[in-house]
Design a protein around this ligand. Sequence first.
Ligand code: X2X
Length: 342
Amino acid sequence: MQKSLFALAAAAALTLSITPAVAEQKYQPEYRLSTVLGTAFPWGKGGERWAELVKEKTQGRINIKMYPGTSLVAGDQTREFTAIRQGVIDLAVGSSINWSPQVKELNLFSLPFLVPDYRATDALTQGETGKMIFKAIEKNGVVPLAWGENGFREISNSKHEIKTPADMKGMKFRVVGSPLFNDTFTALGANPTQMSWADAQPALASGAVDGQENPISVFLGAKISTVGQKYLTQWGYMNDPLIFVVNRRVWESWSKADQDAVREAAIQAGKEEIALARKGLTATDNSLWKEVEAQNVKVTRPNAVELEQFKKLTQPVREKWAKTIGTDLVKKAEAEIAASHK
Ligand code: X2X
């Protein structure tokens, strides 16, 4: 009798002790996915596609709702990573720029004139560099799954053509999250102001700033030419990758099979999103550039000598930031870029 009572108590204790773990395993009716841009852009389409593929591959067990405009952090995109880590956001497709205040290694992609083209981009994200970056994200408490792309960021303004840094002198530019951009634009003789994307558009419209930099798909999708941005320079100074991630606790609450499904969905959505982000911006299909020109925007393409002036002035920024990013990572990236061009 005593023995069986004891067994009963032990069983009860066991049940009690495993209850919290079981509760954690419970799936939420809905998971919140954060993006900066919505479905008028490759970025938002990538998020939407991920959600769709996850639903399909998990037979509806994981149901994702997308929140564009970084609305879960009131549009403050530099706070997005912290919100993912804390669980305010469950999943995100986010820019390397917006998360670099928290994950220093992500500043790598913002080093001016480091990544020359798509081949070099792919060499980094698909190579050792990409693995090192994913490790850094993991170390910061978030689970990285796949790469996407915002795109090469080109510079526009309302004043005049920019061919060399001299043309930027004293001009006011809206820049994005990381302080690295302040350094780059200051080195070029311009006057940078950091603000969110939500604030950027009214600032351009009112003339509070003269210019901005963003991929062509964003310039077109957000109709930036309608707020007086009539000069655009293709300088390709950086390509901004996107990363598909999940909050760690949410990730651990899913079965192995569902984790695999979410990862596969992210990889597939990422591939499709990258193709979309590059569409119309290649040598064989430059239809997006034609669209820009059709909006009465003067497109300027600096020659090699002119480009060299931008590179030379921003070289000290690269050297300064390499220390923050980690010289091993920067060296690895440079080697992978060089190898991609052999
Ligand atoms: O804020 C921007 O410029 C944007 C939309 O490109 C990013 O989120 C990095």
